[in-house]
Design a protein around this ligand. Structure first.
Ligand SMILES: Cc1ncc(COP(=O)(O)O)c(C=O)c1O
Length: 447
């Protein structure tokens, strides 16, 4: 196992020096939860415990932790070409990774634009949508449509099209203009305890027709949705919903963007959710599992027709004024190539599909557990919704998360009163049983 690194003592000034992201800083610093190592399905905590990873880190370590082929590829890249400018210069690994991604993307996704995170992948997609419409002589298409409860990262673009209120409230004075949202698809009254896609709610896609009626379809540049909404607590698209969204987009010349930052790279048992659901978007945003999270990277995959339109519209010079210093960074590209090879060598996407029935049975065994009011699942993802504590929303799930870590030795993720599980795709059936047993105890222990 990984040797425990020196940790941060409870009163070390370093604890105060870090402003932690999306964290209750004061509570964390009063009782830190510190990880110092990781291997395969486990983290090591600073007190030397093995912590079963029920969330693939943050939905991203799909092949399990510290996998040697990825470590070796990053090491070699760092020793060979530490950095190469991506503007007006290139290096082979970023082209090779784009080509390798094409090999697993749906047909017609011919180009990939690299960034460093999901948030940047989303911003890139929104900019590409505007550039595409201008290139095709439709500059009036400037409006974006997101979905309530959607999560698209934390850039101003992402929070504007996103639909999670807490992420926007502080910044609401400066969000992107010309953005609106269609309804979310969560409908526990009709769909509680669904296995896989819920039966009810395809008609919610007609929210897009309402936007067309309100603004005029010819003003809408793009619609962005997570095929399965992850961060808001695992909302799976109802049967027929994505098809309906696609049809409305087609009828009005609107681009459909899938944000597959979570659903990409095998999470549902196919390379991407687009293939899993058999409904194709025009752009796909990626991050997380693209490098197994070993080096930060984001990517926006586009249909060849989008790239062609934008690139052909400019006769000479730079066609698209956008990019990041670290777009296609050599270490990220090396990690991405090694990661895609590992996924293929070990057949991890098919493995996820093969494990999905055992996963479904295990997570639905929580039906009837104390506090549980819904369980939903698809691929190797599950959402377990708890009854909120009166007057203290989100606290029951948060306390379960803390108890899961300290008392059960398992990492889970909670959002509101929902426990979201998304283990590495290498999880065994025995580990699924262990994970769900620990989750049950952590939840049932709560007031
Ligand atoms: C669907 C989706 N889009 C975008 C993001 C943002 O990614 P990042 O945190 O890498 O910026 C996330 C992160 O969880 C996500 O789930």
């Amino acid at each position: 196992m990984t040797p425990a690194m020196t940790t941060i003592a409870p009163h070390d000034p370093a604890l105060d020096a870090l402003w932690m992201p999306f964290t209750a800083n004061k509570a964390f610093k009063a009782r830190p939860r510190m990880l110092v190592g990781a291997k395969d399905m486990h983290y090591t905590s600073d007190d030397g415990r093995q912590i079963l990873d029920g969330t693939a880190g943050l939905w991203c370590v799909n092949a399990g932790h510290c996998r040697p082929p990825i470590i070796e590829a990053i090491t070699k890249a760092a020793q060979t070409l530490d950095f190469a400018p991506g503007f007006q210069m290139g290096h082979p690994a970023s082209f090779a990774l784009a080509q390798a991604l094409k090999g697993i993307l749906p047909a017609g996704f011919d180009q990939v634009f690299f960034s460093n995170s999901g948030s940047e992948a989303v911003d890139s997609a929104l900019k590409i949508a505007l550039a595409y419409h201008i290139a095709r002589g439709q500059p009036q298409r400037t409006r974006f449509i997101g979905r309530e409860r959607g999560y698209h990262g934390v850039g101003f673009g992402g929070i504007s099209v996103g639909g999670i209120a807490t992420n926007k409230t502080t910044f609401k004075a400066q969000l992107l203009p010309q953005v609106d949202h269609i309804p979310h698809t969560h409908d526990p009254a009709r769909n509680a305890y669904s296995k896989g896609m819920p039966a009810h709610g395809a008609e919610l896609a007609d929210g897009l027709e309402a936007m067309v009626a309100k603004y005029g379809g010819e003003t809408i540049a793009a619609v962005i949705v997570e095929p399965v909404a992850g961060s808001t607590g695992v909302l799976i698209p109802p049967v027929g919903y994505l098809e309906r969204l696609r049809r409305i987009c087609d009828a009005h010349g609107i681009l459909l963007i899938y944000d597959e930052v979570i659903t990409g790279f095998g999470r549902l048992g196919s390379a991407f959710a687009a293939q899993h659901f058999g409904v194709m978007p025009d752009m796909i945003t990626l991050a997380k599992g693209i490098t197994n999270a070993a080096v930060p990277m984001g990517a926006t995959a586009v249909k060849g027709s989008i790239y062609d339109a934008v690139v052909q519209a400019t006769e000479k010079g730079i066609e698209f004024f956008h990019g990041y210093t670290y777009s296609g960074h050599p270490l990220a590209a090396a990690a991405g190539l090694a990661t895609l090879k590992l996924y293929a060598d070990e057949g991890l996407f098919a493995r996820a599909a093969a494990m999905a029935p055992a996963w479904e049975a295990a997570v639905h065994s929580l039906r009837g557990a104390r506090h549980v009011i819904d369980v939903r699942n698809i691929g190797l993802v599950a959402g377990i919704e708890l009854e909120p504590r009166a007057g203290a929303p989100a606290m029951r799930a948060f306390d379960a998360f803390v108890s899961a870590f300290f008392d059960e030795g398992v990492l889970i993720r909670t959002t509101g009163d929902i426990v979201a599980l998304s283990p590495p795709l290498i999880i065994s059936e025995a580990q699924i049983g262990e994970l769900i047993g620990k989750v049950r105890r952590a939840v049932e222990r709560q007031m």
